[in-house]
Write a protein that binds this ligand. Sequence first.
Ligand SMILES: Nc1ncnc2c1ncn2[C@@H]1O[C@H](COP(=O)(O)OP(=O)(O)OP(=O)(O)O)[C@@H](O)[C@H]1O
Ligand SMILES: [Mg+2]
Length: 365
Amino acid sequence: MVFHVKRRSLLSDSLDSRLRRGLGLFRAATVAAPVSRETLTPMQDSETIDQIDDTPIARAAQAAVQAIGRAGQGLPRPAATRVIVVANQKGGVGKTTTTVNMAASLAMHGLRVLVVDLDPQGNASTALGIDHHAEVPSIYDVLVEGKPLADVVQPVRDVEGLFCVPATIDLAGAEIELVSLVARESRLQRAIAAYEQPLDYILIDCPPSLGLLTVNALVAGQEVLIPIQCEYYALEGLGQLLRNVELVRAHLNPALHVSTILLTMYDARTRLAAQVAEEVRTHFQREVLSTAIPRSVRISEAPSYGQTVLTYDPGSTGALSYLEAARELALRAVGRNGSPVGQQRDGQQGHVAPAAQHGTTEGHQ
Ligand SMILES: Nc1ncnc2c1ncn2[C@@H]1O[C@H](COP(=O)(O)OP(=O)(O)OP(=O)(O)O)[C@@H](O)[C@H]1O
Ligand SMILES: [Mg+2]
């Protein structure tokens, strides 16, 4: 396969330099041409690159270029804030990873996104580079002390339009403390309803349990996003989660529905992953995103640098797949008719958000 790329026009994209680092792959691909790096002469504006082999790195480069271009195009802004609960009581299936990377992808498309960390482990806060030691004002203060959400929201460094409500270890006691409080199941919902800042998306990262914290999320949200890890026990326990969603819908939140299922940690080399993916797609034809998130070292490394994979390694397959999944999530909702939760944003349906300008802090390759 041959593809033609004008190098100058790509480099002059007005996107965040972090995103443009994805072009590193593109440059690497040029080295895959039958000349060494040393013998390459600087290219002229209109010069094209011909005869680049169809190597994996060339394909990755091409995907990076496409994704970066698409990030600049923006995504539809929902008419009302979409409150999405990322839940699965099974541990380690990619809830937090999905929450932070989907949120960053949406924000990079120019949308305003809030991540609510509802897990005492505070992993989403860590991944977004937000300090969450015990004294930091957090979601605990909102749920148990009744503090306004606005008092605990923090902007995420590096990604404009992305905000986070951190969780501290205090939250570990909240399951018990909430029991005796008034309106214990709807405290998060009330806090979100009272939050006046305009937001396009709120993503709530749930703990791996179906206790009062998760119930608060299910009452506050309109949609449930279930990450499913492509492994043998993937569907075990899913019935319990679906029953809980049904119970909350019947008694507390009629708008709630499972809108999205995302296959995570997909390893294309194993037959098992393909079988699990097929089974999930058969059961949940409408809900499963066609993009599956591959198992990727870059995705698992990013949190240790307090980053999402989108800023840590924008050209990686992990970053590209989350960009694509977020795009699907945003585009699928267009024309859907769920009752809105959160504040109405009049006159903005169908409006395409301009691409955000992002921070430029250098990261790690
Ligand atoms: N696509 C992926 N490729 C490789 N590693 C991944 C991927 N997605 C998640 N991981 C890693 O798997 C582990 C579990 O992911 P994550 O913390 O997102 O799951 P979780 O469902 O939020 O877990 P918990 O139930 O404890 O909250 C983490 O170490 C994470 O870095
Ligand atoms: Mg988690």
